[in-house]
Design a protein around this ligand. Sequence first.
Ligand code: NDP
Length: 240
Amino acid sequence: MGRVAIVTGGTRGIGEAISISLKNAGFKVAAVYAGREDRARAFSEKTGIPAYKSDVADFAQCATTVAKIHAEIGAIDVLVNNAGITRDATMRRMNRVQWDEVLDANLGGCFNMCKAVWDGMIERGFGRVVNIGSINGQAGQYGQVNYAAAKSGIHGFTKALAQEGATKGVTVNAIAPGYIDTDMVAAVPAPVLEKIVARIPVGRLGRADEIARGVLFLVADEAGFVTGSTLSINGGQHMY
Ligand code: NDP
């Protein structure tokens, strides 16, 4: 019987690739999305993976959605916290709303979703949590104090929660992608993107399936000794 996996932001971009890879590997997958009905419908029709509309920034909605997925598909074994947004602006221009939205979705979403699955994973003695951070949470980025703070927070969150799950069969890891060819990166102005690509030693943007490959490694039953780690998948752009 396949393990049950939730992928937030699982209907497009990196999350879509993660959902599909997990399904192909035998997982029963539920994809969570925020509001792009057109993309969610197309994704479900193409993949056969059910999509659940739910805002990860909303604590109560996360609990309700996880309970629904549990009832319809089964107890949650794997959680991939991939949902994320950007609201870029320099410090001089950034307002409090832009700060709150990014922190609430990117970092608050990890807390809200983990809260909803954590007790069950601990009780059943098995769980795999993968949080999608970012190179910009490791290295910082101009115009992204909100996003860099949220993603950096994810890396600390991962290491702390990993310690709580370690003796219970629940691992918690992070992936820090570099620049991946998705809608999010398509929003970066072309001249800025050219300069970014010029700084990637591999010489190109990453592909969503290259992040999914890392997720598959971390969620395997055999990966029980890997916890509290951050896997950087960035074409060599940031090494440390
Ligand atoms: P996209 O913008 O392509 O897709 C984002 C996905 O997240 C969508 O499915 C969206 O749903 C969902 N989502 C956004 N906000 C919420 C929310 N509040 N509740 C539920 N779902 C939500 O993003 P990417 O695929 O590019 O990025 C995926 C993750 O990887 C993000 O966390 C991002 O920060 C991170 N990342 C991306 C990089 C890149 O280069 N692309 C680099 C480093 C990190 P809907 O379709 O309904 O809007």
